[in-house]
Design a protein around this ligand. Structure first.
Ligand code: AMP
Length: 204
């Protein structure tokens, strides 16, 4: 299955991506994680991306699209994947469609995790991640950067919801609730829940 997970920063995409990809037996591919690994590894790509990430801006499409294209061409993504954090612009979505077409594929489903903005700010300002055994705040989770990232989401990424709705691929998922509740709503929308009928996308 080829799935895109859409949603604003703080909607729980990373957590859900890992769980859902595990259930589907496909790799979870997170552009944010790939960028962060490159920043830690001090690669050329990481040095370029860091400037934009620290400001809460999107890394330019020409860097991001080429990176995702290479990743999708790897063997483990041949049978399916779950993309987390990509596409984030209409241009990226069009490039993704072209890259998949070259490989003879298309997307099966786009899941949008829906959370209201007040809840997002609350979640992001309290979010910590484990680095070298310590819980630290991501540089781009600082309050002023959070506000900017939400603005960038509203302006550049939110239009993807309509784009994929027009393609008949979109399922909106209420992402308020426990991790398990949100996962089961997502799996139902993919027709991959163990209680539902296999292969039949259910209404969410
Ligand atoms: P995330 O972990 O998905 O919140 O991504 C963290 C940061 O990485 C974003 O704020 C962007 O600076 C950058 N990034 C991740 N994915 C993309 C993308 N698809 N396009 C541009 N920038 C991205």
């Amino acid at each position: 299955m080829r799935v895109v997970l859409l949603g604003p920063p703080g909607a729980g995409k990373g957590t859900q991506a890992q769980i859902i990809a595990g259930k589907l037996g496909v790799p979870a591919i997170s552009t944010g994680d790939i960028f962060r690994a490159n920043v830690s590894g001090q690669t050329e790509l990481g040095r370029k991306a860091k400037v934009y990430m620290d400001a809460g801006d999107l890394v330019p499409d020409e860097i991001t699209v080429a990176m995702v294209k290479d990743r999708l061409a790897e063997a483990d993504a041949a049978g399916g994947f779950l993309l987390d954090g990509f596409p984030r612009t209409i241009a990226q979505a069009e490039q993704l469609r072209a890259s998949l077409q070259e490989l003879g594929h298309g997307l099966d489903r786009v899941l949008e995790l829906v959370v209201d903005e007040e809840e997002l700010v609350r979640r992001l300002s309290g979010r910590r991640m484990l680095v070298d055994g310590q819980m630290v705040q991501r540089d781009d989770d600082k309050p002023e950067t959070v506000r900017h990232r939400l603005e960038v989401y509203r302006e550049q990424t939110a239009p993807l919801s309509g784009f994929y709705e027009d393609e008949g691929l979109l399922a909106r998922i209420d992402a308020i609730g426990s991790v398990e509740e949100v996962t089961s709503r997502a799996l139902r929308a993919l027709g991959a829940d163990t209680d539902g009928e296999a292969g039949q996308p259910a209404a969410v």
